[in-house]
Design a protein around this ligand. Sequence first.
Ligand SMILES: Cc1ncc(C[n+]2csc(CCOP(=O)(O)OP(=O)(O)O)c2C)c(N)n1
Ligand code: SF4
Ligand SMILES: [Mg+2]
Length: 308
Amino acid sequence: MVETTKKRNRVFNYFCQDEQFAGGVAWCAGCPMELIARLTPKVLGKNMIFVGTPGCAAPVLHGQNIGAWHRMAYLASVMTGVPSKATGLSRYYNRIGQDATVVCFTGDGCATDVGFQPLSGAAERQEKFIYLAYDNEGYMNTGNQRSSATQIGAATTTTPVGKIGKGKSNAQKNMPMIMLMHKPTYMATATVSHLEDFIKKLQKAKEKSKEGFVYLHLFSPCPVGWRIDSSKVIEVCREAVRTNYFPLWEAENGKPRITVNVANPKPILEFTKLMRKYSHLKEDGLAELQKQVDERYALLKTLVNAGT
Ligand SMILES: Cc1ncc(C[n+]2csc(CCOP(=O)(O)OP(=O)(O)O)c2C)c(N)n1
Ligand code: SF4
Ligand SMILES: [Mg+2]
């Protein structure tokens, strides 16, 4: 109990300090990406530069007309070039000896599809910056189209549910695992229901980005596209962890470790019932989704146990 209170106070303290964003910004009510964006500079400190791409983060990170929504340095990039821009920036600051933490802040569509090649290249070269992908499992800013991060069975505007369509017919690309195979200096998955865990990972990310490439994969459900009540978004994140839909783990130099152990994972229905994205799934659809979740978790456990 005392430990839990201490943890809550540590998180609370972070939220009270040095707010870099305006009080009200143009993100939808309940969007966890806002929480991720607000918390990141509080932990990483002021010497950070956001490099962003078109997507839901952009309207606020870019600013509107001549007004800014935040006080940080920001560089806008095309979706295909964000790690290349970050490479130039971080190399330049290293060359002149100036302390700077360069953070790519992109959606899953950019990370897993449109901008994957330069991300893979930067990871392979061990460029010294942080790549943070907020994963809302689709192209949300353009109208909830499926991306390769969209999970099997999910209803989106390009995988609709009707007489013929039954949601996405193939499984989600296992992006954290793909990035693990690049052996980044540090990588982690995180979400906003477990802020203490996220904060520790951000602190480690900052330190490790001085040595090489860092990848952070943030589970960030979209209340609009997933059709979740705004007040239930944190619960959705928590249930994603408790069902192993989104396990929380980290890896240093390719060696994975689970950071939040779930002793008795709940069935996937406890997660899917909180949103309309999966509300059409019957027994067979849920079984297929459960199979995906179990297979992925088993793979992760095998790699953890092998000390890969
Ligand atoms: C090369 C390229 N392709 C397509 C687009 C159109 N586009 C703008 S925002 C966006 C959605 C990006 O999705 P994601 O990266 O997942 O971010 P989200 O909108 O979900 O926050 C797309 C496809 C673009 N700007 N550039
Ligand atoms: S559409 Fe979804 S991801 Fe985009 S800002 Fe709104 S809630 Fe967030
Ligand atoms: Mg997205």
